[in-house]
Design a protein around this ligand. Structure first.
Ligand SMILES: [Zn+2]
Ligand SMILES: [Zn+2]
Length: 389
């Protein structure tokens, strides 16, 4: 199918896709509870011809469309869930669910993917190979919907040849896309440290263990992993955002805890850093006569884009959007469980610009984040070109 035909099909479906986007934006649901969202998508997909649909991993949906001729099998993924944020935009389609908001653009991804599925189904004669549309629950919450879908047999019959995920990025203007091959997004693990000791009178510290001081010293020592343990060419983040010690001005408590996150871009360093955290916590707390322990909750792995497929997709984007609209992305220390798919199949996770040139960009997960609706065109154009090339 030629590019002008694809553009025409996208123009025709845009009003429909915009209305789907607005409905989804108005009806956000939290991770694992995307019931209305699931019904909305299944209802739209059920209206298509030549498809097979199945529910998987709770609210997850898989829709497959097989072309008449043989060819590549490509999967696309969109996420269903929203965030526990009270929306502060002023649009008429703002969230109807108090304290819940699509602040990560997953509504945008779903609407674009529904539009793409509709066009593919209506143009089945031009389709070579097979397209799988994955609507994944629970991206924003561990252990993540991607793993649940995989464990319940998402790719049990046969793996696709390629999986593509597109995610909005407010740093990029509308009409732009961004790529990075190789490691692009971080692994993210939750770290919980507990220091235990003998409590006592604040005025008589020599008769007790100061778990607060032990925890403070431990956190300072842990920051040396970044400066002295990890190779300086490796990005590494360790941040603690929650500390608890329930003593009083004159009471030394028996327990102190810290909760944080660790991010890396290398699975080998990730494992080595975990061991070093345990080592530092145990040894430092011993110096204070306390007992230190670490509980690590494994999060998403490093997201690695396939070099060859990313280069091909980038070249295709240059051909259809122009060189000036295709940018190289820097690495990012945030996470996405699309990385679970990328561990199994050659994958490309790229970014789509959603900020109108006349507006200031507002970050993802912010109560005023709102993608430029006109970027939905680009969000359909590139995947459709990949499918019908
Ligand atoms: Zn998010
Ligand atoms: Zn997201």
């Amino acid at each position: 199918m030629d590019q002008n035909k694809i553009k025409e099909l996208v123009e025709d479906i845009i009003p429909q896709v915009e209305s789907w986007y607005k409905w989804l934006h108005q009806n956000p649901e939290l991770s694992g509870k995307e019931f209305k969202t699931n019904h909305f998508i299944v209802d739209k997909l059920n209206k298509l011809t030549h498809k097979g649909i199945r529910n998987i991993a709770g609210t997850g949906i898989v829709c497959e469309i097989q072309g008449k001729e043989p060819g590549k099998h490509i999967a696309f993924r969109a996420e269903l869930d929203a965030l526990p944020i009270e929306e502060k935009t002023k649009v008429e389609y703002k969230s109807k669910n108090k304290g819940v908001m699509h602040a990560c653009g997953h509504d945008f991804h779903m609407a674009a993917l529904l539009g793409i599925a509709t066009i593919v189904s209506e143009n089945i004669n031009s389709l070579k190979g097979k397209v799988t549309f994955i609507f994944q629950p629970s991206e924003e919450s561990l252990p993540g919907g991607a793993l649940q879908m995989i464990e319940r047999g998402l790719f049990a019959s046969k793996k696709p040849d390629l999986i593509i995920g597109q995610h909005v990025l407010p740093d990029l203007p509308t009409g732009y896309v961004g790529f990075r091959s190789g490691a692009y997004m971080a692994s993210g693990d939750e770290i919980e440290i507990t220091i235990e000791g003998k409590g006592g009178h604040g005025a008589l510290p020599h008769l007790a263990n100061d778990v607060v001081l032990a925890l403070s010293q431990t956190i300072v020592s842990l920051q040396q992993i970044k400066s002295r343990f990890v190779n300086q060419t490796e990005p590494f983040v360790l941040s603690f955002g929650k500390i608890e010690a329930n003593g009083a001005t004159n009471i030394l408590p028996e327990t102190a805890t810290a909760h944080g996150t660790m991010r890396t871009l290398n699975e080998t360093w990730r494992e080595a850093a975990k061991e070093q955290i345990i080592n530092i916590v145990e040894k430092t707390s011993q110096v204070f006569g306390c007992k230190g322990s670490v509980n690590i909750r494994d999060g998403y792995p490093v997201l690695i884009n396939d070099k060859h497929e990313t280069e091909q997709l980038k070249q295709l984007a240059i051909n259809i959007l122009g060189e000036e609209k295709v940018v190289d992305l820097p690495i990012r220390m945030t996470t996405d469980d699309f990385s679970r798919f990328a561990q199994l199949i050659p994958a490309v996770y790229y970014r789509i610009g959603v900020t109108n040139k006349n507006k200031k960009d507002v970050g993802l997960h912010s109560p005023t984040f709102l993608p430029d609706i006109s970027a939905l065109k680009t969000a359909m154009l590139l995947p459709l070109t990949v499918i019908f090339q």
